[in-house]
Design a protein around this ligand. Structure first.
Ligand code: FAD
Ligand code: SF4
Length: 330
């Protein structure tokens, strides 16, 4: 590791003021310390926000028609929250199925949504070619590398790295907002606008400004008891998704009144399948309509020789998630 300055402010405003273009926030540290040890990230200042105490950033609250969740809430704490398990199972499932118990106890939700790709060429500085880490250098994955775990949706000719997080798929499905404290004061953005597609500039991974601190997430407080997160992976524990689906259903009998779909393990950013949702609304939910929606969801997918299997796997994951969610109590 390289030398760096370490600060642990008590107030969010101090953290934001201390931030600069080459500083980084440290919440649970499970991504940031990992990438510093690998020499992928080289901040000159680490601002530890885990001790912020000017107000609580670890809370779950229903207020004024919104569900609000503090950014310093631990993954394990939200996963185990009785109200979340009952009224928003997909928010809970997507955390239970992520990482390991130790990581879920350390990691906070603000850091969770900003975790980085596991593309091996991004994480290994022995490879010069990585447009995300080293802009303009090329892409070792696309240039003959191993691409089994890479994305099939939202890819560009500069980068096909998968966004690997699980919880983000639930947030994007539920129209979440992100509450921020920036150098110019507080503001909120749509969660769907937080991450950026790689396009021709994969190094710019999100739309945060220097110093922006995530303080909370909020969701319209419409209870989604009939919702789930289905994660398909190489082994049933402690592994990232090959394909996943966050599904929430509002049904009238067998007919879909409203549906939300987020897809994970298959895209470069948290992925909302809006066209598939539109195809299901007002329809009877059965294997035929679910299969049609899944085909629509992956109609623009582009695979490599090694990861093309994810297109079929992603479709089948979505069909199964839709049919299993429909069987849940509403
Ligand atoms: C071995 C391993 C397996 C894993 N498996 C999974 C998995 O299956 N599924 C899954 O979803 N995740 C998985 N993860 C990722 C893990 O969930 C994340 O590392 C963790 O959630 C990050 O949270 P943190 O609090 O530790 O973030 P940190 O490491 O502290 O921060 C991560 C990033 O977010 C920034 N940041 C943190 N908080 C804020 C804030 N409030 N405002 C602005 N910026 C902020 C930091 O500057 C940094 O850029 C795994 C990680 C490891 C190491
Ligand atoms: S896929 Fe993206 S992260 Fe991976 S080597 Fe290519 S540019 Fe880098």
């Amino acid at each position: 590791m390289r030398p760096f300055d370490y600060q642990r402010p008590a107030r969010a405003a101090e953290a934001v003021q201390a931030a600069s273009a080459n500083s980084m926030y440290h919440a649970g540290g499970t991504t940031v310390v990992d990438l510093m040890k690998l020499d992928v990230w080289r901040p000159d200042r680490l601002i530890d926000i885990s001790g912020l105490s000017d107000t609580s950033y670890d809370f779950v609250q229903r207020k004024d028609g919104r569900l609000r969740i503090g950014a310093l809430t631990r993954m394990s704490s939200l996963a185990d929250n009785a109200m979340i398990r009952s009224d928003y199972p997909l928010l809970s499932d997507s955390l239970w199925l992520a990482a390991s118990p130790q990581l879920r106890n350390m990691a906070r939700l603000g850091g969770n949504v900003l975790q980085r790709t596991r593309c091996p060429y991004y994480r290994d500085t022995g490879y010069d070619q990585c447009n995300r880490r080293n802009p303009g250098s090329g892409c070792a994955a696309l240039d003959g590398g191993v691409t089994r775990n890479h994305a099939v949706l939202g890819v560009s000719d500069q980068c096909i790295a998968t966004y690997q997080g699980d919880w983000a798929q639930a947030l994007i499905a539920l129209d979440a907002n992100v509450e921020l404290l920036g150098k110019d004061g507080p503001r909120a953005i749509r969660f769907a606008d937080l991450h950026r597609l790689p396009g021709d500039n994969p190094a710019q991974e999100n739309n945060l400004r220097t110093g922006d601190l995530i303080t909370a997430f909020s969701i319209p407080d419409k209870t989604w008891k009939r919702s789930k997160y289905l994660k398909i992976r190489d082994r049933e524990s402690y592994a990232y998704a090959l394909a996943s689906a966050a599904v929430a259903l509002d049904m009238e009998g067998d007919t879909v009144r409203d549906v939300r779909i987020g897809l994970g393990g298959v895209a470069t950013v948290p992925w909302r399948a809006s066209e598939a949702e539109a195809a299901l609304k007002g329809q009877t939910l059965d294997e035929a309509s679910a299969t049609r929606a899944a085909q629509i969801a992956f109609s623009r997918a582009q695979g490599t020789q090694e990861n093309a299997f994810k297109i079929k796997l992603g479709r089948e994951t979505l069909v199964r998630a839709l049919l299993e969610t429909a069987q849940m109590e509403g």
